[in-house]
Design a protein around this ligand. Structure first.
Ligand SMILES: [Zn+2]
Length: 313
């Protein structure tokens, strides 16, 4: 027995039953008319080209599967392989590349690449609610992502991708967002939207955070420029957690994902954030994490049109 010997990873029928349980919680809903009565299962029949997982609505006569309205809609791959991919991606500590998925699942590299992005989309958090509620400490930092060659280096500041991360010390959760720039004009709206006013915010001495003290309960800074990373008078005053978060993200990006176009960065960030926020130290195991990712597939319909720049294998 292995984790991948479970029925939903090996049969289409079991795979759909698994997805239906998560998407509908036991009650099929017609995506065409919203009906919940007179919904019947259509028996799969390969000879008659009737696919697995099909349901029929007695009200509008429409047909549908549990994939409609999720990141798996319009996916041609067998669902049980997609579920294997979710499990592999959510259980591997460092993530898994499209190349590895392509080899393990025996699907084309292109299919694996699309599948990985569908799953990243499922991992994307809605970022509902604020960090630091009840007066905790929230660490905030910003960084640049991306490698630049030759001429590009001169304009590095403008070309590199900019990202802000927030970490709630009380819950241990992280939130990451792509930003246009790193001045107060760009950073403050993010901090104001994502952090409760009663919180204390810890940052480095970047001037983009200067207005923080006017809006929040406190602003702790450490002067990294002069080599101070922890305030000896107040050991709580540091932003080392968020800096560690970025350094691991950058290492992963280098090691696993060869290059990352700007249009995909938010999905890689979402994947990294998902793994961090559902980590073992916070009480999550592999099946929990896989289930958590599947819960995120609904309401995130994704089509091929939204993907530009598919890399070559
Ligand atoms: Zn209907």
């Amino acid at each position: 027995m292995s984790a991948l010997s479970r029925p939903e990873f090996n049969s289409e029928e079991a795979a759909f039953a698994h997805l239906e349980k998560i998407v509908w919680a036991g009650m099929p809903v017609c995506p065409h008319c919203g009906g919940v009565d007179r919904i019947t299962k259509v028996k799969a029949n390969l000879a008659k080209r009737i696919r697995e997982g099909l349901w029929r609505c007695g009200q509008c006569k429409g047909q549908f599967t549990a994939k409609v309205g999720t990141v798996f809609e319009h996916m041609r791959l067998p669902l049980h392989k997609a579920l294997q991919a979710v499990y592999l991606m959510t259980s591997s500590k460092k993530g898994i590349s499209a190349h590895q998925l392509h080899r393990i699942l025996e699907i084309t590299y292109k299919s694996a690449w699309f599948l990985a992005h569908r799953i990243r989309e499922a991992m994307r958090d809605g970022h509902v609610g604020q960090f630091g509620g009840g007066g905790g400490i929230v660490e905030v930092d910003e960084t640049f992502i991306g490698r630049l060659k030759g001429k590009e280096k001169k304009a590095a500041f403008h070309h590199k991708m900019k990202v802000v991360a927030l970490i709630d010390r009380n819950t241990g959760k992280a939130r990451t967002l792509v930003v246009e720039g790193t001045t107060a004009k760009h950073l403050m709206p993010i901090v104001l939207a994502n952090v409760a006013r009663e919180a204390t915010i810890n940052t480095d001495e970047h001037w983009g955070y200067r207005p923080v003290r006017d809006y929040f309960a406190g602003h702790g800074t450490t002067s990294h420029g002069t080599g101070v990373y922890v305030d000896p008078a107040n050991p709580e005053n540091h932003s080392n957690t968020v800096e560690g978060y970025f350094s691991i993200f950058k290492r992963r990006m280098k090691g696993i994902y060869q290059h990352c176009g700007e249009q995909h960065l938010h999905r890689y960030l979402a994947e990294f954030e998902f793994r961090y926020n559902n980590r073992v130290a916070l009480g999550f195991n592999d099946p929990d994490r896989s289930r958590q990712a599947l819960l995120g597939i609904a309401g995130k319909r994704l089509t091929y049109r939204r993907f530009d720049g598919v890399p070559h294998a």
